[in-house]
Design a protein around this ligand. Structure first.
Ligand code: ADP
Ligand code: MG
Length: 256
């Protein structure tokens, strides 16, 4: 199943008089269940692409479909609704609310969900704090937690809505290498166990190496992966020996 379909999408920003082309005619599809890295140098368009997929921003031209829904035809309210049910976000700077405890941060995105009762909220909060290994830290505030622990809270918060897609914008950029690797391994385990699609951006080669699939972006354009040993296909399937989800199959890239 395809969760994200991007068709001839461009994104321009106006910087004073000057037009910045942050994305140039990007066309790609992303399969459900994938653990995908979007890799590229600073300023290449990674955040812009994630913001479009996350329905935080809209394309200047082209079409974007999330789980088959044409995002461009939706109102702001409909987009907010789609986000609240479908997309979890993890940020480089964790973006936790400092006055809330870990459990309150995790619970926060559920407060706007009328379909989720108070007891279900509590249950989910405990469940996901436990999954990220922070059950004992539920009452701690962010400033009482390490960087890695904060990012674990952010992961639990992203998962609490039980999203189809988790978007993580450079989730390890503010962490030391060992802690960052731990965060990636945790995300990968959740990807395997819960089947959640993970799309994360990075400019760190070591982080890229942990992805099942890689999209390279430079100057707003998707470029083929030129690593040694990679297949000629634009997104080589890199998983070997591991259980492959039946629906993580061909990752079709159409370049025009
Ligand atoms: P990355 O996340 O890979 O560092 P971005 O997506 O943030 O790249 O930025 C891509 C390009 O778009 C850069 O040239 C950046 O300066 C520009 N850009 C991003 N957001 C804005 C904005 N809100 N206004 C103007 N230019 C922007
Ligand atoms: Mg960025």
């Amino acid at each position: 199943m395809i969760v994200v379909r991007i068709v001839h999408v461009s994104k321009d920003y106006l910087l004073g008089e000057q037009k910045v082309q942050a994305l140039k005619d990007v066309t790609l599809t992303i399969d459900a269940g994938v653990f995908l890295a979007i890799a590229g140098p600073s300023g290449s368009g990674k955040t812009t692409l994630l913001n479009l997929i996350g329905c935080i921003d809209t394309p200047s031209s082209g079409k974007l479909y999330i789980k088959g829904h044409d995002v461009s035809s939706k109102t702001a309210n409909e987009l907010a609704d789609l986000r609240a049910h479908t997309i979890g976000f993890i940020f480089q700077t964790f973006n936790l609310l400092p006055v809330l405890s870990a459990e309150e941060n995790v619970e926060y995105p559920l407060l706007s969900r009328r379909d989720i009762s108070r007891s279900e909220r509590r249950q989910r909060t405990n469940y996901f704090l436990d999954i990220v290994g922070l059950a004992k830290f539920a009452r701690h505030r962010p400033n009482q937690l390490s960087g890695g622990q904060r990012q674990r809270v952010a992961i639990a918060r992203a998962l609490a809505i039980q999203p189809a897609i988790v978007l993580a914008d450079e989730p390890t950029a503010n962490l030391d290498h060992v802690t960052g690797e731990g965060i990636l391994l945790l995300m990968k385990r959740i990807n395997r166990e819960l089947g959640t699609t993970f799309i994360f951006s990075t400019h760190d080669e070591r982080v890229m190496a942990m992805a099942d699939k890689l999209i390279r972006i430079e100057d707003g354009e998707i470029i083929p992966d030129r690593r040694k040993g990679s297949q000629p296909a634009p997104f080589p399937e890199r998983r070997t020996g591991e259980r492959r989800r039946a629906n993580v199959e061909a990752n079709v890239v159409e370049r025009t």
